[in-house]
Design a protein around this ligand. Sequence first.
Ligand code: HEC
Length: 139
Amino acid sequence: MRYRLLAASLISIGLLAFDQAFDLKASMERGKTVYETQCSACHMAEGEGLSGVFPPLAKSDYLADKNRLVKVILQGVRGPMKVNGVDYDSEMSSFALSDEQAADVLNYILNSWGNKTTPVRPSEIQPALKAKTKNYQPY
Ligand code: HEC
């Protein structure tokens, strides 16, 4: 019994250490490749976008809601939005990315060009798709 308890606590310590050691740098590296091949044509190399046409991702006030971001990327988005004071009323198709690729590209965007936030884990992607999001219209 004592051994079983010991094993259980070692496993949880191990899991905890694994979680804290999420390799954000490696995730961002992979995410950069996704970004450059699938996003930068519109949102531009430095995430600056094209005012009035493609909203910026650098210091965008739309980055705060991570669940919304996951939906925007995996289910697309359409309809009016105001990003950093500029109006957009266009559409973006969805992208077929794995949970890991979605987390990677988000980690890249959310920690580049002056953006900074806590890492997104692949395990958060599916729950985010099921979360309720106000004023969100998929593609
Ligand atoms: C073909 C051009 C195009 C491509 C490629 C594209 N987007 Fe978009 N994106 C748009 C447009 C247009 C909008 C605004 C849609 C609207 O007005 O409803 C948008 C909106 C967004 C938004 C919400 C607004 C904001 O600034 O926060 C995010 C986040 C986003 N895109 C991320 C991505 C990511 C990540 C990729 C690559 C996986 C990508 N986009 C690829 C055109 C594009």
